[in-house]
Design a protein around this ligand. Structure first.
Ligand code: ATP
Ligand code: MG
Ligand code: MG
Ligand code: MG
Length: 361
């Protein structure tokens, strides 16, 4: 029997469109001899859509409002517990039975941050990727940094403010930031990705604007010292005994790797393996593994680093627990170059999800 894989994509986050692109790639590369794919789209307004045609669903997922009546769909076949989530627009799942695993091809808030993972835990269905804690830690740039500091991984100097502190005393906040970090600095919503809501500030006027932008996305705002750096990434795969890929470099087409450089203008360059000293690559791979274990990650993560140009110092930037998954995305490309082709990578991720689920029973 083919394994039935529920593929969840879209979602309410600022990375909705990125998720659609990743989902198209995953659907195209899953071995259809082995898997029956059940696409489940979440619209920008948060409605769950179910339908037969992935392509139509991918388009429909973008902006249409569902008009169909709500049906409830059983996620698992366990007769003792009725594990139900509401889905709109289809009877397909109910007719065909339970899912063997869920592949959340979601980026950003509620998909990558542990919220969806919590729902899937409650539904008792195996799923690809990190659990609730790992997902949450990997998404929250403040908590992630706190753990990196605890285990001694080098990070750039930073400050964190809550939205209400900012609204109450903006001048004092900006004074404190200027004193501690100077310019240039990066202003980020604490929980997001794809550079959504991130700006680089070179002066106080830009700083004020950047904090206002970040505060629209999150009640917590992270401000980091900006460094002149190359950007290196490496891929981790596994559960208790993860493996680490070779190191890749990404060179942004603009001043920094903003949303436009990542997804719109297509001029960014990926180099695999990165042209860096062997010792630096080994150091990065070692730190990637440490980060993966310290944050309690499982399944997969892309771990991102800065290499300061003047000093050669390596800094840990962040992890991404559901990294971009198109055929030209760094995570699958790093594995491709490390000897694991895209389709096999998907097989392994599904196996790891099922294995992790069994471990927790
Ligand atoms: P992702 O799409 O990888 O999830 P993200 O939205 O989580 O990204 P970051 O990786 O924190 O955001 O930052 C986005 C980009 O901004 C980086 O790839 C880099 O180009 C630039 N950047 C962020 N912080 C710094 C910094 N402290 N110094 C220099 N450049 C930075
Ligand atoms: Mg990120
Ligand atoms: Mg991300
Ligand atoms: Mg990043």
């Amino acid at each position: 029997r083919k394994r039935r894989i529920g593929l969840i994509f879209g979602g309410r986050s600022g990375e909705h469109e990125v998720s659609l692109a990743s989902a198209k790639s995953v659907i195209a590369n899953l071995d259809h001899e082995k898997y029956e794919v059940i696409p489940i789209a979440i619209t920008k307004t948060g409605a769950w859509l179910l339908g037969a045609d992935p392509q139509a669903l991918l388009t429909a997922g973008q902006d249409t409002q569902p008009e169909t009546t709500t049906t409830t769909v059983t996620l698992t076949g366990d007769p003792n517990v009725r594990r139900l989530i509401p889905l709109e627009g289809g009877e397909q799942l109910r007719e065909n039975g339970a899912l063997d695993a869920i592949f959340p091809v979601m980026h950003g808030t509620t998909g990558e941050d542990g919220a969806l993972q919590g729902l899937l835990e409650m539904a008792n269905v195996p799923y690809v990727g990190c659990g609730v804690l790992g997902s949450a830690l990997g998404m929250d740039k403040e908590k992630m940094k706190m753990i990196f500091q605890t285990i001694g991984l080098p990070i750039v100097d930073y400050l964190v403010y809550r939205r209400h502190e900012w609204e109450r005393s903006p001048e004092a906040v900006m004074d404190a930031i200027e004193q501690r970090l100077g310019y240039p600095i990066f202003i980020k919503p604490a929980n997001l990705g794809s550079s959504v809501g991130i700006n680089k500030a070179h002066n106080r006027a830009e700083l004020e604007h950047a904090i206002n932008v970040a505060a629209e996305y999150d009640r917590k705002i992270v401000i980091e010292k900006g460094i002149n750096c190359r950007e290196l990434e490496c891929a981790v795969l596994g559960n208790d005994e993860p493996i680490v890929s070779i190191v890749g470099e990404v060179a942004a087409s603009s001043e920094f790797f903003d949303y436009n450089a990542k997804y719109i203008d297509n001029k960014s360059e990926i180099t695999i393996p990165a042209a860096i000293p062997q010792a630096t690559a080994e150091e990065i791979r070692r730190q990637a593994l440490q980060a993966f274990l310290a944050l309690d990650l499982s399944g997969l993560a892309r771990v991102d680093f800065f290499l300061e140009k003047e000093t050669g110092q390596v800094y840990m930037n962040e992890v991404n627990t559901l990294p971009g998954f198109t055929q030209v995305s760094m995570y699958p490309m790093l594995w491709e170059a490390s000897g694991i082709p895209y389709s096999e990578l998907l097989d392994r991720l599904i196996e790891l999800g099922i294995e992790r689920h069994a471990d927790r029973q």
